[in-house]
Design a protein around this ligand. Structure first.
Ligand SMILES: [Zn+2]
Length: 427
């Protein structure tokens, strides 16, 4: 975690995501919730966006306050209960022709007459509304009565929303007001997210672009060069069992380079599917460093950053091959959170359903209750898994980014994997 200056305020970077914002819409509102959720999650540090599961509809012809809120289904209420905000989108008009009102953490957003107000997409509109709520959470004491383009405009004249999206800024007067207020930690964190959101909304809107389209094209144009092609990443096809020609150093360098590339790429604010692609390349190259291991099946769920790979290891190094059989299953996860014993249970089920007896469970961001530096002290849930492996004669190997660090700092990949398998089996 580091801290930085923003609008004259000290703000923390790298804070843990805690605040959920869930999106719901009526079926006829043309908003791409999936793309917006994915891309906002990639740029926001504090807010986590989610697509709601419950069905939402406004029962009456006009959105009423508070009746339309009272009539919301109990499933929506339950789902939205712990949210910072829940946004419910409709094309229907508010009784007072507002864009929105709110009740607790629930806000019905009205896109009524949208095409008469602006030529910009409703996707941009949703992102503006989200920014608006964050701005009010940071400071709800003031609103401009005229249209200035500032996020603090009240928008009495609804066509002002066009200027709002295109300028996406906080005016100097509002900035001064905010910077002299005593903000809570949450408010300061929200300000960091608001800054990111306004930057991207303005960048798209001022060129008349749908923000989702903007994300798609800027991914291909600007980020593509950073998502290096597979062949650009280093790949070696030997095992450095004997260091006859100084290969071990080359090999370590290759892993170091691979990890460095990976970390650099994932530090960028990328949408989840791009992160997934980079992680897939990383995982494939990492295990591809073992001579003789050939991929026979690979399923990548790029949005969730999860990959299943099956390797034919029959022509791989001997100690692993005779112990584990011809094929090995590798499950790779790169979620924000640690994996837990439930994930490993599921992994064992997947492993068995494929008729395999050995697998590597690689969770980049760690596994609850497991540390390669202190592997004897595993928690109770994790111990049950070990017992299960014993009973089923299954070889399951947990692996986390720390293991890669150990290899990078001087370990031999095959030796390390073998040692981990041995450890696991011997516990
Ligand atoms: Zn202002």
């Amino acid at each position: 975690m580091g801290s930085t200056q923003l609008y004259g305020l000290q703000v923390t970077q790298g804070v843990q995501k805690v605040k959920t914002i869930t999106l719901f819409k009526e079926h006829d509102v043309p908003v791409d919730m999936e793309a917006i959720v994915g891309n906002l999650n990639a740029i926001c540090k504090t807010d986590t966006f989610k697509k709601g599961k419950s069905r939402f509809s406004v029962k009456s012809d006009v959105v009423q306050y508070p009746a339309s809120y009272r009539n919301l289904s109990s499933t929506i209420r339950r789902e939205a209960k712990n949210d910072l905000f829940s946004f419910l989108m409709t094309n229907k008009q508010y009784y007072n022709n507002y864009f929105f009102e709110s009740h607790g953490n629930l806000a019905i957003l009205s896109f009524y007459g949208w095409d008469y107000l602006t030529k910009l997409s409703r996707n941009n509109g949703l992102v503006l509304f989200i920014a608006d709520f964050l701005a009010l959470e940071i400071d709800g004491t003031y609103r401009h009565q005229d249209t200035t383009g500032c996020i603090y405009d009240f928008l009495w004249d609804k066509t002002g929303i066009d200027a709002g999206m295109r300028s996406s800024f906080i005016c100097p007067r509002c900035l001064t007001r905010i910077s002299t207020k005593k903000l809570s930690k949450l408010q300061r964190d929200l300000l960091v997210d608001l800054n990111q959101i306004l930057n991207v909304l303005g960048a798209a809107s001022k060129w008349n672009l749908d923000i989702v389209e903007y994300w798609n094209t800027s991914d291909t144009a600007q980020k593509q060069e950073k998502v290096k092609d597979e062949q650009v990443l280093p790949q070696l096809d030997f095992i450095p069992d004997k260091d006859e020609e100084g290969y071990i150093n080359v090999y370590r360098e290759a892993i170091k380079e691979l990890c460095k590339n990976y970390l650099e790429l994932t530090n960028e604010p990328l949408p989840p599917n791009k992160k997934g692609k980079i992680f897939e390349q990383f995982a494939r190259h990492f295990f591809g460093l073992i001579k003789g291991w050939k991929i026979i099946e690979c399923n990548a769920n790029l949005k969730d950053c999860e990959i299943d790979i099956i390797y034919d290891i029959s022509e791989g190094p001997e100690p692993l091959k005779s112990k584990l059989g011809d094929n090995i299953y590798v499950e790779c996860k790169n979620r924000i959170d640690k994996s837990d014993s439930r994930d490993i249970s599921q992994f064992l089920v997947n492993l068995k359903s494929r008729g395999l007896k050995a697998g590597i469970f690689f969770s980049y961001n760690g596994i609850t209750g497991y540390s390669p530096d202190n592997w004897r002290n595993v928690d109770a849930a994790y111990k049950r898994i070990i017992d299960f492996c014993r009973q089923e004669r299954t070889y399951a190997l947990p692996m986390v980014s720390r293991d890669i660090e150990l290899i990078r700092n001087g370990g031999d990949l095959v030796e390390h994997i073998l040692e981990m398998f041995n450890r696991f089996i011997r516990i």
